[in-house]
Design a protein around this ligand. Sequence first.
Ligand code: MLT
Length: 267
Amino acid sequence: MKKINYLGKEIAYYESEEGEGLPIVLLHGFCEDSRMWDEWLPKLPSYRTYLLVDLPGFGDSEMLEETSMENMAGAVAAVLEECGIKKCVLVGHSMGGYVGLEFAKKYSEKLAGLCLFHSHPFADAEEKKEARLKAVDFINKNGHILYVRQMIPKLFAYDYSKGYQSEVNRLIYFASKYKPEAIIAALRAMRLRPDNSEVLKNIKCPVQFIIGKDDSAIPYELSMAQAHLPNIADIQILPNVGHMGMFKEPRKTAKKFKEFLKLVIGD
Ligand code: MLT
């Protein structure tokens, strides 16, 4: 992993060998890091350039003084600047999508396409805000390891996690190494994030939605409520998929994303 300094903290990223055409930026979700793309990345065209960022507080990136989706987007922009990338297609998984939308708000000229992979632009509902605080309490009382051991299997949707034990264990292992303060800061930052529906409404580039029909983290109805917002939308609904389509349906999701790339850059 390479590192840059952003707001006095180290931000880690992986850049593949320089390829052709527009680079693809992959952003992981909450309690994940760039290694979550390990299985999915080889299914994408090898001739492209890929940039995988560890969002602040996760993986090898340090936590920022002030954690917000906006600052996380700033960290991504700083990595792009370092790599000399002027325009990209950005894929954001869940929290990575929240960051992607903040990026779209501030750096729209740098986006050729946005893929919201199990993500959405809406602010937390009151119930969700409450659940975030409960999660913070839980971590403070029981520690973050117990928290991630309970939280991560559920992302795969109730029974699907059973068939994905090694993937689940790997993600839990990575997440157990994060600092509990970083996990808490991300929970608080997601709780306070603004509604970005307008960003999606006004976005100039095509947007792809990859939606898991059985997503327990982002209910299907919520995912569908955003689908009409952008001018150009590619909506992919996956049956029998929870919040982790890149593990549950790696080939199908990669194929859909490659089709989206064709739409975006005629490639
Ligand atoms: C994620 O996977 O990033 C989270 O489920 C997002 C969230 O909690 O809203």
